[in-house]
Design a protein around this ligand. Structure first.
Ligand code: UDP
Ligand code: MG
Length: 322
């Protein structure tokens, strides 16, 4: 192992920020190489996610001008998560550690040093975590923090205040490669891989130039995607609700019969009211049961690995690093 680092950067219409991003990433790689922390084979890998502007032209030009830059060009826009995965899987066979980062310099490039140090100490996954959201507007801060809370409550466990700025070792990426699911929510999957993990705090800045490719609409669908691709909790909630309504219906039936016995009802009301409650509760409960099975089918269809092996100790064969 010679500590080759790849920095993977998904880019969608990022012509405005690429020159500056490249300048900073190149300086960072050269600094780390000079310090002997990473090998000379380390690279920046840009993934062009079907940009409509000159992004790919810029990446090609950067590659020609300096061997530190390489690129992957997707056939069309596939979204941030898929672009990132394409980059990670391309870098996996070439690097010992891979850092994923946004193109817009919101992720502090200087946090790379701390991530690499942790990797050298033997950590496999290092999460970049925002130390504060002081610079965000009140709206962005509350919606973003609400996003994490709702996600966690819905059973989609993610690292608080961590976006996709993280370091992963080669073996962690090999673990990730075993998750074959198409509806991919990287932030939720990575914690499932295991191994030694740690966090590095950084201050998230403003976008360097251009505008966000994640408007509120995309963010909401991203949250929905996160919940529905990680957890079957919403289905389970139907079962809970069905059970609750069923219990209420039992109480209501007793109440209706008592009211009827007291003669305080019009003809037909008691039987009608009882049926409505009972049928409603039973329908919801049945839906919940169906949901439980659908949840199982769903998880089976994902074909996730049931375990990943870190190490095997064997007599005679010595130890095998996983
Ligand atoms: N991005 C991408 N494909 C898309 C949308 C975004 O590759 O369809 C990239 C984008 O170029 C950037 C990163 O994903 O490097 C994060 O996007 P952005 O900074 O616009 O999101 P925000 O920081 O506003 O949430
Ligand atoms: Mg951004």
């Amino acid at each position: 192992m010679d500590n080759t680092l790849y920095i993977v950067v998904p880019c969608y219409n990022e012509e405005e920020v690429l020159p500056e991003t490249s300048r900073r990433l190149r300086a960072k790689l050269e600094q780390l190489m000079a310090a002997g922390k990473i090998s000379r084979k380390s690279r920046v890998l840009y993934v062009n996610d079907g940009s409509k502007d000159r992004t790919w032209k810029l990446i090609s030009r950067l590659h020609e001008a300096c061997p530190l830059f390489c690129g992957v060009d997707l056939t069309r826009n596939r979204g941030h998560q898929n672009a990132l995965l394409a980059g990670l899987m391309t870098a996996k066979d070439r690097a010992d550690m891979v850092i994923s980062m946004d193109a817009d310099l919101q992720d502090d490039v200087d946090a790379v040093d701390a991530m690499v140090d942790k990797f050298l100490e033997g950590v496999d996954i290092v999460y970049g975590v925002r130390s504060s959201r002081k610079r965000d507007t009140f709206f962005k801060r509350t919606t973003a923090e609400g996003f994490y809370r709702v996600m966690n409550a819905m059973g989609a466990e993610t690292v608080f205040n961590h976006a996709d700025y993280r370091l992963m070792s080669r073996r962690a990426l090999e673990g990730l490669a075993q998750f074959k699911e198409v509806n991919l929510f990287l932030r939720g999957i990575v914690p499932m891989i295991g191994y030694r993990t740690d966090t590095v705090e950084y201050e998230r800045g403003e976008r360097f130039a251009g505008e966000s490719k994640y408007p509120l609409k995309k963010m909401l669908s991203f949250a929905m995607e996160g919940i529905t691709s990680l957890s079957v909790k919403p289905l389970r909630m139907i079962t809970g609700l069905g059970f609750l309504i069923f219990l209420v219906s039992l109480v209501m039936i007793v109440y209706n019969i008592v009211r009827w016995a007291m003669g305080a009802t019009v003809t037909g009301w008691a039987s009608l009211a009882c049926s409505i409650w009972l049928i409603g509760g039973l329908i919801l409960l049945s839906l919940g049961v169906v949901g439980e099975y659908i949840g199982k089918i769903y998880l089976e269809a994902k074909g996730r690995p049931r375990f990943l092996i870190r190490q095997v100790l064997e007599d005679g064969h010595g130890q095998k690093e996983g």
